[in-house]
Every structure is written in C-alpha cells, then in structure tokens.
Design a protein around this ligand. Sequence first.
Ligand code: TYD
Length: 215
Amino acid sequence: MVGFITFEGGDGTGKSTQLRLLERHLIARGKSCLTTREPGGTSLGQLLRRILLESGNRPISSSTELFLYLADRAQHVHEVIAPAIMQGKIVLSDRYTDSTVAYQGYGRGFEVPLLLTLNRVASQGVTPDFTFLLDCPVELGLSRTIHRRSDPSIAKNDDRFENENLEFHEKVRRGFLDLARAEPARFYVIDASRSEQEVFAAVKEIVDRRLDLSS
Ligand code: TYD
C-alpha cells in the first residue's frame, strides 16, 4: 500500500503546482490525502522556515543551516508524516530527505554518507514509497521563480538559495540526478521543462498505475 510520496527538484521546477494537482486528483478518486512541505510542515517548522529562508542580515553557517533543516524534518515526521501514514492517509510532501543531500551535500559540500545517516535519524527511517524528481535546466527553473514566489511573505531577492549562483544550482541538480540514478526503484525523473498539463499527465499516469487507480 502506498502511503508516502515526495516531490523533489530544484527551485522553480513546479513541485508545488504538481502536488496540488495530484492532491485534487486523489481526492476526486476518493483517497484521503495530506499535503505538506519542508521546511515548514509544523508550527515549529514555520518558525524554522522563516529563519532558513530569510537570509536578510542574519548570517547562518552551513552547519547551522543543516541542523535547522534536520530539526524541521524530525518534528515534521514525528508530528505530521508518521501519524498520517498510520491513519491510512496518502502523504504528499513538497521536499524531504533528498533535498538535504542535494542542497547541503552537493551544494554546500557536506559528505553524502554523513547526510544519509543524519537523514535516517531525522526521518526515523520513514522513507517515501516513491519520489518524483522534477528536473529541468537550472536557468529555466530560476527564471520561473522570479515570476512566481512560493512564499509571498518572503521578500523578493531575500531567499537564501535563489541568491546563490548558477554553479550552486547546477551542483544541486546533479545531486538530485545522482540520487535518482542510485535508487531507480524509488525515483521517477520527470522532464519539468514541459507545460504544467504535460508534466501532470506524466505524474498522474505513474500514480494511477502505482495505486491501481487506472480503471
Ligand atoms: P521553498 O520556498 O519551499 O522552495 P521551493 O518552492 O523551490 O521548494 O524553499 C525551500 C528551500 O529550502 C529550497 O531552496 C531548498 C531548500 N532546502 C534545503 O536546502 N535543504 C532541505 O533539506 C530542504 C527540505 C530544503
């Protein structure tokens, strides 16, 4: 039984839109869903999200950043994800453990094996049944984020990662693709340079098959 699906990818790859479309589709098919995101899936997480994403004039070291993402995840799994799975809901999360490997590992330079261990602690071993990696060229993703802020409470040009250079985002993209290659049974790599509808058709086809909803 499928209980946990994650969406991963670089900034501006359209995860949040696809998550909303999928939630609507599953509800229409009579499924009970819970949609959530990282960072910020709990009330503690909301506070951490503001600290993490408003770079502003508050410098945060790379290791502080790493521990804040992990703290957000630990609380998220404990308070939201694990209980919802136990209740038989399908949990859809916008980002999860793979983002830490891609951003803090490939982007910031932490060793991947160390991050896998820390992720195991933070996630209490709760792993997604499958993961959509929405992949598109970095320039395209970043140009989309300029037009559409995911969180209007965070001022434009005040996002920790959107201010990073292209090279950083290229490393993050490579990180996600390496993760997908390493775990082909869990990942579906989706070409996110296409239209919303085309991307959703691909997502829906896979979900319907995996959940046996095709009838
Ligand atoms: P968000 O505004 O949700 O971005 P997006 O809409 O692109 O998902 O911001 C989340 C940011 O946090 C995003 O740039 C990726 C970063 N992040 C990490 O660096 N490590 C992590 O473990 C997670 C969950 C997110």
